[in-house]
Design a protein around this ligand. Structure first.
Ligand code: HEC
Length: 127
């Protein structure tokens, strides 16, 4: 029954869904997704290089951690408190995970242009 009450309920359900699906805003300066511990990452990770090195990178938690270890070994990156490091890694792995959808699907063969290097049909017959 469409009473004002049900309409209100429906409206709030839909707006609730919209909030859940909403992407976090991007920080104007770093481009970081403004969610969770993004400010901690901003405080610790952009002293030496652009935030783009992070926002254009993707990785699992293990991969992000190994990038941090690499910088610590080779690039004079300092040591973090374990808890700070865990939060940085969690933020990065959550917001910049390895994404299959970053690669487009392969083009189906029937949509491919003809391959100019494949032998012409009349060349395939032995003469
Ligand atoms: C002490 C300086 C310093 C700090 C602080 C620093 N980095 Fe780096 N990072 C570097 C250097 C130097 C490079 C290499 C840059 C290049 O290749 O142009 C690098 C490269 C990277 C790369 C690219 C790695 C690759 O494989 O291409 C990523 C991702 C990265 N840093 C993430 C981070 C994160 C996350 C933090 C914070 C935890 C951080 N950086 C903090 C020095 C730093």
């Amino acid at each position: 029954m469409k009473t004002p009450g049900t309409l209100l309920l429906l409206a709030s359900l839909f707006s609730g869904a919209a909030v859940v699906a909403q992407e976090p805003e991007l920080d104007a300066f770093t481009g970081f997704r403004m969610t969770g511990d993004w400010e901690l990452v901003r405080a610790n990770c952009i002293a030496c290089h652009s935030a783009k090195l992070m926002t254009q990178q993707r990785g699992t938690a293990a991969q992000w951690l190994s990038m941090i270890r690499w910088m610590q070994e080779k690039q004079n990156l300092w040591q973090f408190e374990p808890d700070v490091e865990a939060r940085i890694v969690a933020y990065l792995a959550e917001n910049y995970p390895p994404a299959e959808n970053q690669r487009r699907a392969a083009i189906p063969p029937d949509l491919m242009p003809p391959n100019p290097y494949s032998p012409a049909p009349d060349n395939t017959e032995p003469h």
